[in-house]
Design a protein around this ligand. Structure first.
Ligand SMILES: [Zn+2]
Length: 143
């Protein structure tokens, strides 16, 4: 299976650092799914899907951004495509590096924008995270 995130490790680490977050918060999982990882660290209740692409864990010791390297990009695109973004934004995600960055930025948004998300329904939170990630990509696109 193609690795989705690990080929862009350097860029993804740079993104985490850009937002003042510790780079060891970035965890790219290979053979282990996000669900298995959550169980292993003692939080089986955090994830019920075997195919979760990415997840932000907000622990007392800080954030963790989990990315699953064997994510199926087609599956991962389904929710994003359902959120009504312009075609030119969606098409940027055809670039594998941009796709990986957008998914990580989405998870970073869950952490940085937590206060703004307090009273929003889940669908709006997810849309806000995607919108913020598209906005941030404009800063990093040329990098
Ligand atoms: Zn999300």
């Amino acid at each position: 299976m193609t690795a989705i995130f690990s080929p862009f490790w350097t860029q993804l680490e740079a993104l985490v650092a850009e937002f003042g977050l510790p780079i060891d918060a970035l965890v790219i999982l290979g053979n282990q799914s996000i669900r298995e990882y959550c169980s292993q660290i003692g939080f089986p209740e955090l994830e019920t899907s075997n195919t979760r692409a990415a997840k932000c864990i907000k622990s007392v010791s800080g954030p963790m951004f989990l990315l699953w390297d064997h994510t199926d990009p087609v599956d991962a695109m389904v929710p994003i495509c359902g959120r009504g973004f312009p075609r030119e934004d969606i098409e940027k995600l055809d670039d594998p590096a941009v796709f990986a960055m957008h998914l990580l930025l989405h998870e970073i948004a869950h952490y940085l924008r937590l206060d703004l998300h307090q009273d929003l329904p889940t669908g709006e939170i997810e849309r806000d995270c995607d919108a913020w990630a598209f906005e941030q990509l404009k800063r990093f696109r040329s990098a």
